[in-house]
Design a binder for this molecule. Structure first.
Ligand code: 26V
Length: 822
C-alpha cells in the first residue's frame, strides 16, 4: 500500500538540503498565514504551532490513502474503545515516524529557532490516569505501525489529568488546561455529530407492519461532536484515526429565560450537557465513579457505536456482517455499557431479532481486564441505571436471564448463579460491569501471564467456567519508537551503529547485543550514554526542586501512580533504614545513591497523599544532613507525566517494581526502564515475571513473597508486629518515622501511618522488607563492580525486544480480532 508515496527513510539519516528548504518554507507559510505572526516577533509557541501544522500537512495525504485502501480492500478495522488515551506530546511522534526530525531541526535552525525549545512548547495530552491510558496510546501507535486499520474512540476532555504541585511536601491539584493555546493536531468534524440520550422512558410501539418495537423516549439529548487526530505509524506506512467525542448541548441557550433576565439559568442545560467532556476522572484503582462518570461512559460508547454502524451501512446493505468488518475492543469495563447499547441499536433502531443481535454483539466485542483490585471493579446501582438508561437496564436483565438459564442448564446451583449473575444482590442491587463485558465478549484477556492466570483462578473463575473458557493472555507491550528512539536517541544511535539500523524495525534484533555485553569498549559507550542522560536529569531536578544530585551516583527510580499496593512505602522505609545505617556508620564505604520518586495520588486517596508527604519529609531531612556527605539524596519530582517519564527513564540505573505479588496486573514502566538498560529490583508480579524469564536471574534482583505465598499469608492471618520485632532495620526505620524524626514540627504526623501498618499490613510491606533490604545490598555490591553492572544492563536491553507493543498487537490481531498485520 501507499505505493505512490515514498517509504520513509530511517530518521537517523541526514536529510538533504532540498527537503530542509521545503520544510522551512512550509513552516514559514504556516507561521504567516495560519498563526498570523510575523517572523521577527514570533514566540516559541508560534513556532511550535507553525511546525506542527507543517508536519500535519505531510500526514494528510497519507491519511486519506490509508482510509481509501482500507475501503478498497474491504479490510476489517479495529475499534479501540477507551476512556483514556495518555498520549503526551505528539510532535516528535509524528516527525519521528515520518523520518522528519532532522529535517525539522535543520529547517528551524536555519531560521534561528531551536528545535528542542519548540518541541518543549507542546502541552502533554494527558487524557488518562496511568497504565491503562498509556497502553491505549502505545497500542494506537503500534496498530498504525503494523498496518492494522484502526480507530481509537474516546473522550476529548477539555481538562486532562490535574497538574500536581507540591507545597510544604503536600500534593495540591491544579486544573490542567492543555487546549488553552489550541491543538494543532486535531480536526473538528462539524459534520460528524450523534445524538446521545439519557433518562426518559421506554414504550412498546406498534409499527405499520403490525410488529412491535421498544421505543426509548429520552428525557435529555446531548450531541457528540467528533475531533480527529491522525496517528502516524512507523515510517509513515499507515495513518490511523483517534476520534475523540466532545459533548455539546442540543439547545445551547434558552432564549426565553435569557430575555427574562435569567442569564445563568438560560445556560444551565448547556452546562449540564457539556460537563460530560469537561474533565477526566482523576481516580485509578482506588476510586469508584459517580453519576457523571456513568454519563461519560455511555456518552462515548454510544457515539462510537453509532459511528461504527453508520460507517458499516455506508458500504453494506445491512448489519449482518458487522462482526466480519469490525472488532470492538473494550479497554477495561469503562465502555462495557456498549454491550447493551449495541443490542439496543441492532434491535430497536435497526429491527433485528434478539438472537441475531446477540450473535453479532458477542462476535464483535472483546474485553481487556486491567486490574483485579476489588475496589476498582466497576458496578453501578440499579436504581441509577434505571433512571439514566432505562432501556439498557431492560436489556441487561434480558441478557442476564438468558445467561443464567444457560448456567442453570449446565448444572449451576444457587450460590454459583448468584456469583455469576450480572446483578450483585449483596449490598443493594448493582450491575457488575465486568460480568456484562465478559458475557458480551467472545474473548476476554488479561495483560500478563500471571494476571491472566489469576483471572482464571480467582475473580473470573466461576464466570469463565459457566461461559466456556474465553480467557486468553496478551502480555502488554510498549512502543519502542517513543520509549527508545525518541526518549533516548543517543542510546538508539549507539545500538544502530553497533548491531545495524535494522534494529529500528525489528526489536528482536536487540538480541544481537548479547556478545557485546562482554565487550568492554561497548560497555563503556553504553555507560557513557547513561551518564549524559543522568546529567540531563540532574539539570532538570536542580531546576524543578533546587536539589543537586551527582550523576555518578546510582539513580534508583520509582515512577508510577502512588498506590498502597505499589508499595512506595516499602521503598521509603528502606530508604530510612539505609539512612539510619549511614548515620550509625558514617565511615563505611557507602555506594552514592539518589532515590528518585515521581507519581500522582488520586485527589481523594488520603493514604496515598500521606505517602507523598512522607517521601518529601524524608527527602528534606536526608538531603540536609551533613553527616552523609551527599552520599544519599532523595528527590520527589513533581507532576509526573509522559514527558517527564521520557527524561527520567533513560537516566535510571535501578528500576523499582515492588508491588505486592498478585496485585500489579502487568506494569509497563518496568518494560520501558529495562529496555533503556535499567536493572529491575522487583517482586514476581505482573510482567516482572516475564521480564525475569527473558533477562535471566543474574540480571535482575527478584525478592519477596510470590502471589501464592501472599494468598497463603492472608488466609493464615499475618502479624506485622512480629515481623518488625524480628528485623532491627525495619524496627529502627519505623520507630524513626513514627517518632517524628522526619516531621519534627509535628512529631505525631506519621504515628497513625506506622500503627496502621503494624495493625493491618494489607500489602505485606513488613513481610517483604528484609528480602527487599537484602536485594538492595546486592544491587550496591554489583554497582561496585562496574564491569558486571554494565554487562547486566546491556543484557537487559538485549533481551526485552519481546515487550514491543507491535508484538502485543500482532497477538491481538491473530488471536482476538482476526485481522491481518504486516
Ligand atoms: C479505575 C477508575 C475508577 C473510577 C475513576 C477513574 C478510573 C480510571 C481507571 C481505573 C482502572 C485503572 C486500571 C489500570 O490502570 N490498570 C493498569 O493497567 C496497566 C495496563 O494494562 C497495567 O500495566 C497496570 O499493571 C494496571 O495497574
Amino acid at each position: 500500500m501507499n505505493d505512490q508515496l515514498p517509504i520513509i527513510s530511517p530518521n537517523l539519516d541526514a536529510p538533504d538540503e532540498g527537503a530542509v528548504q521545503l520544510f522551512r518554507e512550509s513552516i514559514l507559510a504556516k507561521l504567516v498565514y495560519q498563526v498570523g505572526a510575523r517572523r521577527e516577533r514570533a514566540n516559541a509557541h508560534d513556532w511550535f504551532v507553525a511546525t506542527a501544522l507543517a508536519a500535519r500537512d505531510r500526514v494528510v495525504d497519507r491519511w486519506r490513502r490509508s482510509n481509501d485502501d482500507t475501503w478498497a480492500e474491504d479490510r476489517k478495522a479495529v475499534c479501540y474503545l477507551s476512556m483514556e488515551f495518555l498520549i503526551g506530546r505528539l510532535m516528535s511522534d509524528a516527525l519521528g515516524n515520518l523520518g522528519l526530525i532532522e529535517t525539522a531541526r535543520q529547517a528551524l535552525e536555519g531560521l534561528g529557532v531551536d528545535f528542542d525549545t519548540v518541541v518543549g512548547q507542546e502541552a502533554d495530552a494527558a487524557l488518562g490516569n496511568g497504565g491503562l491510558g498509556r497502553l491505549a496510546a502505545c497500542f494506537m501507535e503500534s496498530m498504525a505501525s503494523v498496518d492494522v486499520p484502526a480507530y481509537g474512540y474516546g473522550i476529548r476532555y477539555e481538562h486532562g489529568l490535574f497538574r500536581q504541585v507540591i507545597a510544604g511536601g503536600i500534593q495540591h491539584e491544579v486544573p490542567e488546561d492543555w487546549l488553552a493555546l489550541g491543538n494543532p493536531w486535531e480536526f473538528e468534524r462539524s459534520g460528524l455529530v450523534y445524538e446521545v440520550g439519557f433518562g426518559g422512558h421506554v414504550r412498546p410501539e406498534v409499527l405499520p407492519d403490525g410488529s412491535t418495537r421498544m421505543v426509548w423516549h429520552a428525557g435529555e439529548v446531548v450531541n457528540a461532536l467528533a475531533y480527529d487526530t491522525p496517528v502516524v505509524g512507523w515510517r509513515g506506512h499507515r495513518i490511523n484515526t483517534l476520534r475523540l467525542w466532545s459533548a455539546r448541548a442540543t439547545d445551547p441557550l434558552h432564549l426565553n429565560d435569557f430575555n427574562r433576565g435569567d442569564h445563568i439559568g438560560a445556560q444551565a442545560a448547556r452546562m449540564r450537557a457539556e460537563a460530560i467532556s469537561r474533565v477526566l476522572y482523576p481516580g485509578d484503582e482506588s476510586e469508584a465513579g459517580q453519576e457523571l462518570r456513568l454519563r461519560q461512559e455511555y456518552f462515548f460508547a454510544s457515539a462510537s457505536l453509532q459511528d461504527i454502524i453508520r460507517r458499516h451501512l455506508s458500504r453494506h446493505a445491512d448489519l449482518t456482517d458487522l462482526a466480519r468488518q469490525v472488532a470492538v475492543q473494550l479497554n477495561d469495563t469503562h465502555p462495557a455499557i456498549g454491550v447493551a447499547e449495541l443490542m439496543r441499536l441492532l434491535m430497536d433502531v435497526h429491527g433485528m431479532e434478539w438472537d441475531a443481535a446477540w450473535t453479532i454483539t458477542q462476535a464483535t466485542f472483546s474485553y481487556t481486564n486491567h486490574t483485579l483490585m476489588p475496589e476498582a471493579l466497576e458496578t453501578w446501582a440499579v436504581p441509577m441505571m434505571e433512571r439514566l438508561l432505562p432501556r439498557h437496564m431492560q436489556i441487561i436483565y434480558l441478557i442476564n436471564a438468558a445467561h443464567l438459564d444457560r448456567a442453570r442448564a449446565g448444572g449451576a446451583d444457587d450460590m454459583l448463579l448468584s456469583n455469576v449473575s450480572l446483578i450483585d444482590e449483596r449490598h443493594g442491587r448493582r450491575v457488575r460491569m465486568g460480568h456484562l463485558a465478559f458475557v458480551g465478549s467472545h474473548r476476554i484477556n488479561g495483560v500478563s501471564a500471571l494476571h491472566s492466570q489469576l483471572m482464571r483462578d480467582t475473580v473470573f473463575a466461576e464466570l469463565n467456567g459457566v461461559c466456556g473458557d474465553r480467557i486468553t493472555n496478551k502480555t502488554n507491550g510498549i512502543t519502542f519508537r517513543r520509549w527508545l528512539h525518541r526518549a533516548n536517541p543517543e542510546l538508539t544511535k549507539l545500538l544502530a551503529e553497533a548491531i545495524g539500523p535494522s534494529v529500528l524495525d525489528d526489536p528482536n534484533r536487540l538480541e544481537r547485543l548479547v556478545p557485546l555485553a562482554d565487550d568492554a569498549s561497548f560497555r563503556n559507550l553504553f555507560a557513557g550514554q547513561r551518564r549524559s542522560a543522568k546529567e540531563r536529569l540532574a539539570t532538570l531536578v536542580s531546576s524543578r526542586i533546587g536539589l543537586k544530585i551527582d550523576p555518578d551516583a546510582l539513580f534508583d527510580v520509582q515512577i508510577k501512580r502512588i498506590h498502597e499496593y505499589k508499595r512506595q512505602l516499602l521503598n521509603i522505609i528502606q530508604t530510612v533504614a539505609l539512612y539510619n545505617a549511614m548515620r550509625a556508620r558514617p565511615t563505611e564505604s557507602w555506594v552514592p545513591r539518589v532515590k528518585i520518586f515521581a507519581g500522582k495520588a488520586a485527589p481523594s486517596y488520603h493514604q496515598a497523599k500521606l505517602i507523598i508527604r512522607l517521601a518529601n519529609d524524608v527527602a528534606a531531612t536526608i538531603n540536609d544532613d551533613p553527616v552523609l556527605h551527599g552520599l544519599l539524596k532523595v528527590a520527589f519530582i513533581p507532576n509526573y507525566n509522559v514527558s517527564l517519564a521520557e527524561t527520567i527513564i533513560p537516566a535510571a540505573d535501578l528500576s523499582e517494581q515492588i508491588s505486592t505479588a498478585g496485585l500489579e496486573a502487568s506494569g509497563t514502566g518496568n518494560m520501558k526502564l529495562a529496555l533503556n538498560g535499567a536493572l529491575t529490583i522487583g517482586t514476581l508480579d505482573g510482567a516482572n515475571v516475564e521480564i525475569d524469564e527473558r533477562v535471566g536471574r543474574d540480571n535482575i534482583f527478584i525478592f519477596g513473597l510470590t502471589a501464592e505465598e501472599v494468598a497463603q499469608r492472608k488466609r493464615a492471618g499475618y502479624d506485622a508486629h512480629a515481623a518488625a520485632e524480628a528485623s532491627p532495620e525495619l524496627r529502627g526505620a519505623l520507630d524513626a518515622i513514627a517518632s517524628g524524626v522526619f516531621s519534627p514540627g509535628e512529631p505525631d504526623r506519621y504515628r497513625g501511618l506506622v500503627e496502621g501498618l503494624l495493625n493491618d499490613d494489607r500489602y505485606l510491606v513488613t513481610a517483604d522488607f528484609d528480602a527487599y533490604h537484602s536485594r538492595q545490598r546486592d544491587a550496591e555490591a554489583l554497582w561496585a563492580q562496574p564491569d558486571s553492572w554494565w554487562r547486566a544492563a546491556v543484557l537487559n536491553t538485549a533481551h526485552v525486544g519481546w515487550f514491543s507493543s507491535d508484538r502485543t498487537i500482532r497477538e491481538y490481531a491473530a488471536e482476538i480480532w482476526d485481522v491481518a498485520t504486516r
